[in-house]
Design a protein around this ligand. Structure first.
Ligand SMILES: [Zn+2]
Length: 323
């Protein structure tokens, strides 16, 4: 290149490129490839799901678009179950008392011992478990949103944490009762893993029927909301799903005494997990984490235990009576 042929501007550009190249080369000689310094660090393995149009389907109550028609029923009618026949036990056999002695005695008569009659085993033993409960904890640590605004202490409520506390508590109780369960997503570092949740539940082998139970906490529009209370969702038009929803909602309302927002379903924009699981499914929304008051209840251990117990009681109901 002939220096004298360049215009003053081009001379400046030429000199600037030379200088920046010199600086870059200088640092690369010392530190190596600079790009390595700015590449993201390797993290724990993360389950990444490619965005899919199906993922636009709402995950839970917090994702419902405003124009969606929702079917709500707050009158939780009794679920009719066939009463189980009570076994009639034979009256306990009392050994005959000994005949009174002819002579009065100072020794008190020994009280006849009544031995309890062992309860006979029913001829057809009821199964110890009827269903495989696929327990879904809703979201992962990497799911955007799904957290409260900053709380008084500067911390936030994270829905994935709450959902996992409830599922963990339910599992602990189901183990005691010998009821079958499947923890759909034991991992924490997951993003919108909706497809994975559904596939896992649909594909888990089971010799008994499966039921999908998804646990969530709710969020209303805006930063903070006045919305509060409990609601339970089922797949629109599913009689079995509706039956599940009635019992879960009833147990939750009874246990917590919170606002009954009813059982809900919507014909369009149904929740992904309710729509795509190939088994009866139900989704509970346990209070609003962006309600200034309710969020603190959701962080309370005693309340969490009540929510756990309500779910377990509903499960025990269906284990006892069937669906
Ligand atoms: Zn949720």
């Amino acid at each position: 290149m002939c220096w004298y042929l360049l215009t003053p501007i081009n001379r400046f550009t030429f000199m600037f490129d030379r200088i920046t190249n010199f600086i870059r080369n200088f640092f690369e000689i010392i530190f190596g490839d600079l790009r390595k310094f700015f590449s993201p660090k390797e993290r724990d393995p993360i389950v990444i799901v490619e965005p899919d149009p199906e993922d636009l389907e709402p995950q839970d109550g917090g994702d419902i678009p405003k124009d969606t028609t929702v079917t709500v029923n707050t009158n939780l009618e009794e679920v009719v179950v066939m009463p189980e026949e009570e076994e009639e036990l034979p009256p306990p056999e009392i050994p005959p008392t000994s005949t009174p002695k002819p002579e009065p005695s100072f020794e008190p008569e020994p009280t006849p011992e009544i031995k309890p009659v062992p309860k006979p085993e029913p001829e057809v033993s009821t199964p110890r478990h009827r269903f495989l409960w696929c327990l879904d904890n809703g979201h992962g640590k990497l799911t955007a949103g799904k957290r409260s605004p900053k709380l008084k202490d500067g911390d936030r409520f994270f829905e994935y944490q709450f959902n996992r506390i409830i599922v963990k508590g339910i599992i602990k109780e189901l183990k005691k009762h010998g009821i079958k369960y499947y923890n759909v997503v034991p991992e924490v570092s997951v993003d919108n893993f909706l497809k994975g949740r559904v596939l896992r539940a649909n594909n888990v082998p089971s010799s008994i029927p499966k039921i999908f139970l998804s646990i969530h906490a709710n969020a209303g529009p805006g930063t903070w909301t006045n919305a509060k209370g409990l609601e339970t969702w089922y797949f629109h038009g599913s009689r079995t799903g509706r039956k599940l929803a009635v019992v879960f909602q009833q147990q939750l309302v009874n246990a917590l005494g919170w606002t009954n927002r009813g059982i809900k379903s919507q014909s369009t924009k149904q929740f992904y997990v309710l729509k795509r699981t190939n088994m009866p499914a139900v989704l509970t929304e346990n209070g609003f984490y962006n309600n200034r008051k309710e969020v603190y209840s959701l962080l309370d251990k005693d309340i969490q235990n009540k929510i756990i117990k309500a779910h377990v009681d509903a499960i025990l109901f269906f284990e006892k009576h069937g669906i």
